[in-house]
Design a protein around this ligand. Structure first.
Ligand code: AMP
Length: 449
């Protein structure tokens, strides 16, 4: 948290009152950096992962602007917020309604996956803020049922993710339609990559760049470690053991494909571990139902593909468990960001098989710290940790980098890797072994539109 107050940011008292209702006592770092610049009318380009308070960082200057320049006539939206996923759109819509609750401002959400009739208010009634996913919004624009001419501010939230999901054309088109806007704000988990920088350069005018590396106090609440698994059956045994620990009160388990998701969800169910699951290409109603079962605590385990790894705010997640490692290190960081939010403690545990080692090394480099190895008595791995070949160093060349992932040097004898003395879970395998192999092909695109 910064040392500023919301009053010092010159926000209208009716907004500050809403923030108090929401339990926000002080602005977060990103909020105190973005809000004054945004209120001065500058374009914003901010690197802000979820969990930093980025949503209010753009919603507050938006609401302040709408209060400062109240509309004179009925008409379409003046603010457009684009987000990659439906969940995120719904979430931001809810936050906007909370922040605007003491104001007359009207907020609507437009996403795919719901019947068009639900969007009638957004399309036909006076609306101030529209939060939308690009696909459905563009459809309405093309049908000429949504009018962008009154848009004064455009927000691109999770821009990196929108690009990853292939929305660049849609977003470009929408931005062109909203060309009378006066201000654009782009938020992204990272500001890296040629694609993103070009996208930003095309859409933003002389932006203020805010790279709010959240301070340690806001970032470092996540305790992370890994368990080594010999094979899929061992991994499942580790998972069961973890989920039955008393401190594992609410967890999200990430898997890589929807097939793996369904398999794991039903195996857990068979073990009496009730869960909800979340993946792409799910009817909106089912999706909302799964989320709310988890939110209100009817179940305490959510099994999810990466669709759930960004954007959704699920309070009090005690543990994030990577049952399958993600494809890249930055997705790892997004996943673990589901726990330890807004100053609470959180734990992220990754279950690692030999084939995950190269990625583990990448993650450790990315987060600049080695992940602790932990063991569970009775479920210790039989195999030695696989080593990842590193670049050969010339004689005398000394690495300037911090060493990560210290690997204990122990002799590996052939018989250690054979079946001798294998624990019970290891002999049970085979079926799940096969299932895992088929699940190892690249994930089908888990598109969320
Ligand atoms: P976000 O990064 O926008 O997804 O926000 C992450 C979490 O922090 C959400 O649960 C917000 O409700 C919460 N939050 C945002 N701003 C503040 C604040 N100033 N004080 C306390 N909590 C906040």
């Amino acid at each position: 948290m910064s040392s500023m107050t919301f009053e010092q940011l010159e926000l209208d008292p009716i907004l500050v009152r809403a923030l108090t209702d929401m339990g926000y006592a002080k602005p977060t770092t990103i909020q105190s950096q973005v809000i004054p610049e945004a209120m001065s009318g500058r374009d914003i380009m901010a690197s802000a992962p979820t969990g930093t308070g980025k949503t209010a960082a753009f919603l507050l200057p938006i609401c302040q602007h709408l209060l400062d320049f109240p509309r004179r006539n009925a008409g379409p939206a003046r603010i457009l917020i684009l987000t990659p996923t439906r969940e995120l759109a719904i979430q931001i819509g809810e936050d906007a309604k909370k922040i605007a609750r003491h104001t007359p401002l009207r907020v609507e959400v437009i996403t795919g996956g719901v019947h068009e009739s639900q969007h009638l208010p957004a399309l036909t009634k006076t609306t101030d803020i529209v939060v939308a996913t690009p696909g459905r919004l563009l459809q309405y624009i093309e049908e000429e049922s949504f009018d962008c001419r009154d848009i004064e501010m455009l927000v691109l939230d999770e821009a990196d993710r929108m690009l990853d999901m292939g929305f660049i054309k849609e977003v470009d088109r929408i931005a062109a339609e909203a060309r009378w806007r006066r201000q654009t704000m782009l938020f992204s988990a990272t500001l890296e990559g040629h694609g993103l920088m070009k996208f930003a350069a095309d859409l933003l005018k002389d932006p203020v760049e805010v790279s709010a590396e959240p301070p340690r106090s806001e970032r470092k609440k996540i305790n992370q470690w890994v368990h080594m698994a010999d094979n899929p059956e061992h991994k499942f045994a580790l998972l069961l053991n973890l989920l039955r620990q008393p401190d594992v009160t609410r967890s999200i388990i990430f898997v890589k494909t929807r097939e793996r998701l369904m398999e794991l969800a039903s195996r857990l169910q068979q073990e009496g571990l009730h869960n909800a699951w979340l993946r792409g290409e799910m009817e909106q109603e089912k999706r909302n139902e799964a989320l709310s079962r988890f939110r209100i605590g009817r179940v305490n385990i959510l099994v999810a593909t990466d669709v759930a790894s960004r954007g959704i705010d699920l309070p009090q997640v005690s543990h994030v468990i990577n049952y399958d490692m993600p494809r890249t290190a930055d997705v790892y960081v997004h996943r673990i960001g589901r726990t330890g939010r807004a100053g609470q403690k959180g734990t992220a545990i990754s279950l690692i098989e030999a084939h995950d080692m190269p990625l583990l090394v990448k993650v450790e480099k990315y987060i600049e710290e080695p992940l602790k190895r932990r063991f569970i008595e009775g479920l210790r791995p039989q195999h030695k940790e696989a080593k990842v070949a590193s670049r050969k160093k010339k004689d005398g060349e000394r690495s300037s980098k911090k060493k990560v992932a210290p690997v204990k040097k122990e002799k590996v004898r052939l018989r250690d890797t054979k079946a001798k003395g294998k624990p019970k879970w290891a002999t049970e395998k085979s079926a799940a072994d096969k299932a895992n192999k088929s699940g190892r092909k690249p994930a089908a695109k888990d598109n969320n539109q």
